[in-house]
Design a protein around this ligand. Sequence first.
Ligand code: DGY
Length: 317
Amino acid sequence: MPKVFITREIPSAAIDLLRKHGHKVTVYRKDSPISAKELLKNIKDSDAVISLLTEKFDKALIDQLKNCKVIANYAVGYNNIDVEYAKKKNIIVTNTPDVLTDSTADLTLALILACARRIVEAEKFLRAKKYKGWKPNLLLGMELKNNVLGILGAGRIGTAVAIRAKAFGMKIVYSNKIRNEILEVQTKAKKISIDNLLKTSDIVSVHLPLNSKTFHFLNKEKLNLMKTNSILVNASRGEVIDEKELIKLLKKKKISCAGLDVFENEPNLNDEFYKLNNVVILPHIGSATTEARTNMALLAAKNVIAVLSGKKAITPV
Ligand code: DGY
């Protein structure tokens, strides 16, 4: 019986599916990330691992995997795994693309709207019993219609965000390595340079994968190119933005608001974020819908079943 270790409780449909296919499944059931020691103990002789983005599969850990044929990451991002090294060791790495695109795009739109219409600030104001009646200049925000949305990284999620924003009447520009014809046809988006996108967008939405080239991609120089009063939204990975520089610009109100679902050092946020009024901060819930999480679990399980039965992985990275 092939042994599969799952590093955290995930939707049971995936566990049922693995068992139905004759796999011996062990799940780490504590409601906190597994320690490196515990992880090592459990995965040493596993044939497959379903891992979360909270587990770091570096060279040292991969070296300890004696039987493992597949690491199925329960996420579309896979910056927690040294993929190249796993490949060298003949371990296939898979992720969960597509199934979380709509959930993450919906959440990105929620961040865009929350920033543009100052939703969180307004709610705090009301709860603090500061509302003394309607007035013309109370909590003025920005309309989406006719404003420019810059999509930085026009993959699946970036495209889905642009399509949603188009329905709100936004003008779309994007910057991506390659041309995205679907995006252009569906939203009349224009591909422009990164610097130009930053200089001309009213709202910038970041959809870059994290790797050595994108770490602090939005650094001091790039962030300073952004338009005065613009909005920055990030539901990809926190490390793509230099948070210290972002905080400086938020304090000066050069960037009017940031909507962030991800942070450099999760779950420990830079304290300044808690103090600022012009940020909307969320605990990495981009894919947190029942539909997406169930389908992520099923896709991870199907990847494991495929690889362990000698077939091609469905979504290798
Ligand atoms: C991912 O899939 O990479 C998200 O960050 C978590 O769903």
